[in-house]
Ligand binder design. Structure first.
Ligand code: NAD
Ligand code: UGA
Length: 458
């Protein structure tokens, strides 16, 4: 079949896979290929069990894979074959050298740019899909311009705003698509190519354009603002616990102001996920680099409040369970960083589990999608840990139950049955405020929500 456009995505991760599946689904006359240096990941994308769990993803991959969506390992050949290349490789926090612990590690992006240069035989549009520090396009362009031939590369910035767990609906109906380009003749021409692609299913008023630096920076800022709201409400949850105010009531009252809005005001055990912390730290690094100490300090505190919230949660467990957890069995319900994903990267559950094991508690961990990742995360931690699929079996014989992920299924559990199977007094720490606390208290649990008065029989 002759395809209208040939598109390559380098990086078959949580972003590369779902975004390209959506493009393939919406543009049946385009051929989309996704490559990765990790052959196991490509095999998984070509198998019945995809490497990423996302509601709705399986169906879209089934409809497109082998027709106009391909997952391949031959990176070099695919670079030659395709005219438009999305770069969707990982950009983790640097763990070594200058900027360690703050700056983004750009080695994978740089390697990708060098690979593109080395294997290209024709001019290409290269699109930054990964989240990158502002001015990365300059480095990409310098690498891509270092070749001797006549081939040219136009770099665009097209950051991805989807959230895990809702990736497919976010991709199908995004709040906006942002395309940053140089405002030169070739930059504007490349921008038009990308607009044409997204116009297949996204209304034109939602496709916004900007200069390339605004686009790169907007992505970091969007994540920082979202995380800041979570830290803001979590900081207030601490005050609610001291004053008998209820953080959900406060969030509702505050969020109903249309200038503030009600989203991202759910108090809990703090934000997790691969991006919020990494992107804010990257912003902090950039501000320091440009000598903006006060601005760096402001954003750094969003991360500090997040850590404080997890410490508070752990201290609350220890204090209410008579100051010792040694030999006590604790059931963790939910290990993913949020509901509807199996992803555990930077999940608060990792830190909480480590701390509880440090207190010599014995853990049973249950999660509908994230148990494999949980076992990998805790593999190097010493302690007594069991991984049990069934939440009732996981809770049986435990002294305390911790809700660490807001999975819907936990709201529907039979808590009378769970209570009967637990050691008394039975403790319930709802780190996501998703349960009916009064009902659980009536059953007999001592209930400790976040930012609300505790309901204790003791
Ligand atoms: P990921 O780790 O799941 O996937 C990245 C993939 O790139 C890996 O499979 C890795 O093997 C591959 N890779 C690295 N170097 C390569 C190379 N030179 N050639 C080919 N493949 C290579 O990461 P992710 O979660 O998909 O995130 C990717 C980027 O998107 C990051 O910058 C992230 O900040 C951003 N982002 C992520 C999300 C999210 O929800 N996860 C949302 C928006 C933006
Ligand atoms: C986030 C952003 O929402 C996406 O727009 C962005 O594209 C993505 O980061 C990224 O760059 O990777 P994601 O991390 O997948 O998406 O999930 P979120 O829904 O933002 O949740 C992040 C964390 O905040 C989760 O741990 C969640 O439980 C927590 N959260 C969220 C709260 O504690 N309270 C809230 O009210 C909302």
């Amino acid at each position: 079949m002759k395809y209208k456009k040939k598109i390559l995505c380098i990086g078959a991760g949580y972003v590369g896979g779902p975004t390209m599946a959506m493009i393939a689904y919406k543009c049946p006359d385009y051929r989309i290929t996704v490559v990765d240096t990790n052959p196991d990941r490509i095999d998984a994308w070509n198998s019945a069990e995809l490497p990423v769990y996302e509601p709705g993803l399986d169906q879209i991959v089934k409809k497109t894979r082998g027709k106009n969506l391909f997952f391949a390992k031959d990176v070099e050949n695919q670079i030659k074959e395709n005219d438009i290349i999305f770069v969707s490789v990982n950009t983790p926090t640097k763990t070594y050298g200058a900027g360690a612990g703050l700056a983004a590690d750009l080695q994978f992006v740089e390697k990708t740019a060098r690979q593109i240069l080395k294997h290209s035989r024709s001019s290409k549009i290269v699109i930054e899909k990964s989240t990158l520090p502002v001015k990365t396009a300059l480095a990409m362009e310098r690498i891509l311009a270092s070749g001797k031939g006549k081939i040219t590369f136009e770099v665009l910035s097209n950051p991805e705003f989807m959230a895990e767990g809702t990736a497919m609906s976010d991709l199908e109906n995004p709040d906006r698509v942002l395309i940053g380009s140089h405002e030169t003749k070739s930059g504007l021409k490349a921008r038009e190519e990308l607009i044409e692609l997204y116009s297949r299913w996204i209304p034109s008023e939602k496709i916004i354009t900007s200069n390339i630096w605004s686009s790169e920076l907007s992505k970091l800022v969007a994540n920082a603002f979202l995380a800041q709201r979570v830290s803001s409400i979590n900081s207030i949850s601490a005050l609610c616990e001291k004053t008998d105010a209820d953080v959900s009531e406060v969030a509702k009252a505050v969020g109903m102001d249309s200038r503030i809005g009600g989203k991202f005001l759910k108090a809990g055990i703090g934000f997790g996920g691969s991006c919020f912390k990494k992107d804010i730290l990257n912003l902090v690094y950039l501000c320091r680099y440009y000598g903006l100490k006060e601005v760096a300090f402001y954003w750094e505190n969003v991360v500090k409040i997040n850590e404080y919230q997890q410490e508070r949660f752990i201290a609350n467990i220890l204090n209410n369970m008579f100051g010792t957890l040694a030999g006590k069995k604790i059931c963790i319900l939910g290990f993913a960083f949020k509901a509807d994903t199996g992803d555990t990267r930077e999940s608060p559950a990792i830190y909480i589990a480590q701390k509880l094991l440090g207190e010599q508690a014995e853990l049973t961990i249950s999660d509908p999608k994230a148990l494999k990742n949980a076992a990998v995360d805790l593999a190097v931690i010493k302690g007594n840990i069991k991984y049990i699929d069934d939440p009732y079996m996981a809770a049986a014989g435990c002294h305390a139950l911790l809700i660490l992920t807001d999975w819907d299924l936990y709201k529907k559990l039979d808590f009378e049955k769970i209570y009967r199977s637990m050691v008394k007094p039975a403790f319930l720490f709802d780190g996501r405020n998703i349960l009916d606390h009064k009902k659980c208290f009536k059953i007999g649990f001592n209930v400790y929500p976040i930012g609300k008065p505790a309901l204790s029989h003791l």
